[in-house]
Write a protein that binds this ligand. Sequence first.
Ligand code: SAH
Ligand code: SF4
Length: 366
Amino acid sequence: MTKPIALYDLSYQELTELLTSWGEPRFRADQVWGWLYRSLVDDVAGMKNLPQSLRERLAAETVLNLLEPVAEQESLSGQTRKVLFRLADGNTLESVLMLYDERRTACISSQVGCGMGCTFCATGQGGLARNLTAGEILAQVLYFARGLRAIEIERAAAAGDRARLEEQPVTNLVFMGMGEPLANYAATRKAIETLGDERGYNLGARRVTVSTVGLVPGIRRLAEEGLPVNLAVSLHAADDELRDRLVPVNRRYPLGELLPAVRAYAAKTGRRVTIEYALIDGVNDSVEQARRLSGLLEGLLCHVNLIPLNPTPGVALQPSPRETVDAFRNELEWAGIPATVRMRRGIDIEAGCGQLRRREAGESPR
Ligand code: SAH
Ligand code: SF4
């Protein structure tokens, strides 16, 4: 038997081609797309306006469910939810939903594991198993979107109201889960485009942030292709000697190549770049490093996100103490570089930056 086609892997164009090759009229693609990305159905049987015969063929030859949720945890604050998914091949991955004010942000994975080996990151410790497909990437968002929509409907029913549904239950998307999105460029791009399609989920690229360890060719390609997403660059050190140790890929793309690519990106897109900097006690948190960092970033349209290191099993590194964080931030601000300290969220369920990894289904969450 041939492998079923994953519907979420198809662009609108490809879906149209598939259905017309089956002898269906073109408008069927619009209908199916609407069921997938507006109605958020997770079963072909729910595509009610399709002829029975088409539903049967879709059910026989395509698949919708790419991710099986096997564990779910909520932080004490109730604002962060983490899900462990199992893929069809048995691999596992984690994704996080963060609720904050009006934003409902999905923090999603682009790979199973990661091959970049950053010394402080739990994902990096396990190496790379494989890239995710576009469908597996966007299905993480749809999973959360469905859950949020179900809550909306329940609330409205309890209040005796007719539900006025949010067009986008998940409002923002950050590629800050497992993996390096620019090492899986094509699938990442396709997932962003599919979710951005106006006939479907309609998530503006401006609500999407791609976080990269600093893969220069990927950054240049993003700039050239003009996908107007936000770019976040994980810097973590302001000199090559230190960055080589923390972020091994720096040996391939040292700061002298990375910074010009980031500057070119900001210049080309006119968009403010986020610089991520995990503060590690006694390693990269001196006022001297802050000064170097402000030198590196001078004149760049950017914003620095300081993240006191989140704990990682088997890694002895510690977060910088509060006073050190403040001193580092002040140094940047004095140099005119906007910097904020990112709130630590979801640490109680290991849902913070760099804490996601492949887990066994029965494995204790901590
Ligand atoms: N691979 C991409 C995106 C995933 S990591 C990247 O590296 O940018 C998301 C963010 O978490 C990155 O900025 C990463 O450097 C940061 N991070 C990794 N481990 C961390 C830790 N233990 N504490 C705080 N931030 C961490
Ligand atoms: Fe990979 Fe990013 Fe973790 Fe580095 S910080 S190992 S690039 S996921």
